[in-house]
Every structure is written in C-alpha cells, then in structure tokens.
Design a protein around this ligand. Structure first.
Ligand code: PMP
Length: 380
C-alpha cells in the first residue's frame, strides 16, 4: 500500500510506476488509492466482471491451471475448442485459432501465410506495434518500412521493390493505439491491388470495438474479399486473455499446424474460460458498442472544447499534446492528485516527449467523463 517504485516503464523513465491494486475498471486502485480511471484496454469493463471471474474459478477447479502439454502434444482442453468456435461465430468465419497471446498472433499468422507461399516481400508501416515488427523480421524476407499512413510512399516502394512474379504483403496496426488512428485499409487495399498483394492488420484494439458487429476494421469500412487477413487479442475488449486469428478454414488450419500453436504453452484454462465468457458477453450485448462509441464522441468533444485537436472517430482513445514533456508530466501528476488516472504515454509510434492519452470504456458514465474534462480544463 502506498508504495511508489521508481523504475523504467512505458510511463517513461522519470515517472513513477503505479501498482494496480484492484481489477481494472472505471474506478481502479493504484498504490492504495482509488482513482477514476481512463487508461488501459478494458473497453467493456470485463476484466472486473464477476461472471468472467466465476467462469475462471470453475475452470481452474475442473481443469487445473495448465494442460501441461503443448497443443502438439497429448490432447487439448475442450475450452480452447470452445473459444475457437465462439470466436469463429463472432467474426462470422469458417474457423478461428486461439493463440497464447496477441503478441504472437502476428507471428503465427504471417508464418502460415508465408509457409503457403502467399507473399515474398514485406512492407510495414513505420508506426506498427513491436509485435508486428518482430513477426515481420522473423519471416527473413526483404522488408521495407513505409512512412506512417503514407499511400504515396507505399506506392513508390512497391513500384521500386516488387519484381515480376513477386507478391507483397502490407502490415500495420488496424488501430494505432497510442494516438487512436484507424488504418486507412481501403486505400491500402487499393494500392496493393495491381500487385495482388495481401494486407495483414494487427487488430488488437479493434476486434470487438469497431464495425457494426465488432468484427474490426474490415467490417467498419465494409471491406471484404481475398487477401485481407487479421489477427488480434482477446485480452482487451473481450476481457480475457490470449490471441485470436479468425479466417477461412484452410488458412486457420495452417496457423494451427504452426510452431506458435504447437510449441508454446496454451492459455491457462481459467483464463480460457473467462475469455469464452467474455466473447459470449460481447456478442450478446451489442448495445455496449453503441455506448462505447457514444462515450468516445463525448470525450473527444470535451477535449476539443478545451482547444485541443483529437482524431475524430468512434475509437475510445483520445491523445493530445498540450505542451512539452514537462508540461504533460505536470498535468498528468495534477490529475492523479485530483483522483483521476490518465496516461502520459511513451509507446509505439510516439516521440520522446510522449503524449497525454485518455481511454474511455462503455461503462464510464457521462458524469465521470464530464468530471475529467472539467478537471482537465482547470489544468491546461
Ligand atoms: N498489438 C497491439 C497493437 C497491442 O497494443 C498489443 C497489446 N498491447 C498487442 C498486439 C499484444 O497483445 P497481447 O497483449 O494479447 O499479447
């Protein structure tokens, strides 16, 4: 209680690390104090949901905390198969693969596509998540970094580097999570078209969040057809743990036969059970998505009213720079003193000054959001 550890974290080298001493929710305890919380990724508040916790406890009692064999070993947990069926149902695909983490979804997905000879050269947005870069490098094929969301640069580089007979793949985040920008998937697909290229999106922050049915960026833009692939996580909107790749049967079969699924310990059964309950909850409550989007708009309207520019979208992340790193650090600390936790983020795609980053959930009340805006208004 009350401990503040000075260490190097994503908060930045000079900021204290906060000990999260409760389940993350609209109110969360850090270092012994309860804060109104606008951070993290629990978009529907499911990480603090009793139903998910109880599903986890039951599974712990029934199955223990690990199958103690990889999925290429002696059998598998029925829970993994249920998560995969529920995920395929949610995304409306033939199949889905349940992976040890979202971080590994990119590696597992790209390995399956590369193993099937579906691409020869990688193009990657410079602000892509670490996990996308790590997966891309592991393919050991020529790789070219593309300026952030710059279609002209992608076009030029494709022209320059694709030889006759070669197929490109473009990789990027479906949502760049530090500042909450949606990838321009239709424009990317159009630029790739003459090359019959593939698009791979890391949809860690968009699965369950974007699109009329929460299927993510492709559904949001009404995009469909061959060559569009994505992977994501079940550890954010769905309130569970582990990665997911939905897709056509033959592709998912390749993922399931890959080294990530076969070689790593699978998600612990209690977390798989909580994840299954989380997918069922998100599927059964489409009104949560409407509330999340409404809260996102309310938050962004409030920040704009203070004179700051934010990305306009239904994305529940708002990021803005009201000054240099020192100013942002001061605002961040003052809000913490007033019992409101937001993030001074130093994460993928942002410079060394960092950025103030606010996340809303579907279960924040409009009063809580207004309170944040009022307090922020006194500090900027
Ligand atoms: N991709 C992106 C864009 C992410 O933000 C994250 C989580 N921070 C991941 C992948 C990794 O997902 P997981 O936490 O399930 O490993």
């Amino acid at each position: 209680m009350g401990i503040v550890i000075n260490t190097k974290t994503h908060q930045g080298p000079d900021d204290p690390a906060y000990l999260i001493e409760s389940a993350p929710s609209t109110e969360t305890v850090f270092n012994g104090r309860r804060y109104l919380y606008f951070g993290g990724t629990s978009y529907y508040g499911l990480h603090a949901d009793r139903g998910l916790m109880e599903a986890g406890i039951r599974a712990w009692q029934d199955y223990g905390h690990s199958t103690a064999t990889s999925r290429a070993g002696m059998g598998t947990s029925p829970l993994y198969l249920k998560v995969e069926r529920a995920a395929a149902g949610f995304f409306g695909t033939d199949s889905a693969a349940y992976l040890p983490s979202g971080y590994l979804s990119n590696l597992a997905g790209l390995k399956a596509l590369h193993g099937n000879g579906q691409f020869d050269v990688i193009f990657i947005d410079e602000h892509s998540h670490f996990s996308v870069f790590d997966a891309a490098r592991a393919m050991a094929v020529p790789m070219y970094t593309v300026a952030h969301m710059a279609m002209g640069d992608l076009e030029t580089k494709l022209k320059k580097h694709i030889q006759p007979g070669q197929k490109p793949i473009m990789l990027c985040d479906g949502l760049f999570p530090t500042i909450g920008q949606i990838a321009p998937a239709p424009e990317i697909a159009e630029v790739l078209e003459p090359y019959h290229g593939l698009l791979w999106l890391d949809e860690a922050h968009t699965m369950g969040v974007l699109g009329p049915n929460g299927k993510g960026v492709y559904e949001h833009f009404g995009l469909g057809g061959d060559g569009l692939f994505h992977g994501g996580t079940l550890a954010k909107a769905f309130g569970g743990f582990g990665g997911v790749i939905p897709g056509p049967a033959n592709f998912i079969e390749s993922v399931m036969h890959g080294h990530v699924v076969g070689g790593a310990s699978a998600v612990p059964p209690p977390l798989a059970a909580a994840t299954l309950a989380g997918i069922e909850q998100v599927a059964a409550n489409p009104q949560w998505r409407q509330r999340l989007w409404a809260n996102a708009r309310l938050l962004k309207k409030g920040i704009s009213s203070l004179g700051f520019e934010v990305e306009e979208s239904d994305i529940p992340i708002a990021a803005f720079s009201p000054g240099n790193a020192d100013t942002m650090k001061k605002i961040h600390r003052s809000l913490m003193e007033r019992g409101i936790a937001i993030q001074h983020a130093h994460y993928a795609g942002i410079g060394k000054e960092g950025i103030l980053r606010i996340v809303v959930f579907s279960n924040h009340t409009s009063e809580q959001i207004q309170h944040l805006i009022d307090e922020l208004g006194q500090l900027v």
